[in-house]
Design a protein around this ligand. Sequence first.
Ligand SMILES: Cc1cc2nc3c(=O)[nH]c(=O)nc-3n(C[C@H](O)[C@H](O)[C@H](O)COP(=O)(O)OP(=O)(O)OC[C@H]3O[C@@H](n4cnc5c(N)ncnc54)[C@H](O)[C@@H]3O)c2cc1C
Length: 92
Amino acid sequence: MLNKSPSQQFGFYFFIVKQVPLSAVWHQVGTCKFGLDPQTTVLDLNCRTHDVENLYVVDGSFFPSMGAVNPTLTIIANALRVSDRLKNNYES
Ligand SMILES: Cc1cc2nc3c(=O)[nH]c(=O)nc-3n(C[C@H](O)[C@H](O)[C@H](O)COP(=O)(O)OP(=O)(O)OC[C@H]3O[C@@H](n4cnc5c(N)ncnc54)[C@H](O)[C@@H]3O)c2cc1C
């Protein structure tokens, strides 16, 4: 039982939420959030700006909101995803 993850033990994940002041925020994200609607988002789902055809943003700003855990690995994974797509588009 002790070797099992929370989702295996309980069937769901849970997170403890604590409000912190702005001065303590280390994970600022969302200033160029991605999404389908150009009226409410800066980037499309492949992190290309809705307005400029060859401008991509692959830092932490693409998140629509901050998750419950540290963001860096997701930022890196997303940058690799987008760069693979750019490479494939460039080669074809
Ligand atoms: C104290 C602290 C602890 C953290 N600990 C963790 C952790 O343990 N795990 C985790 O996952 N995340 C952690 N984070 C969050 C993580 O560091 C950030 O979410 C992540 O680095 C954001 O990556 P980014 O590429 O969006 O921006 P950044 O890493 O901030 O990169 C932006 C880069 O752009 C450069 N730049 C800015 N302006 C210009 C300009 N005009 N011209 C050229 N270059 C420019 C900057 O110098 C910088 O190198 C921590 C953050 C802080 C502040």
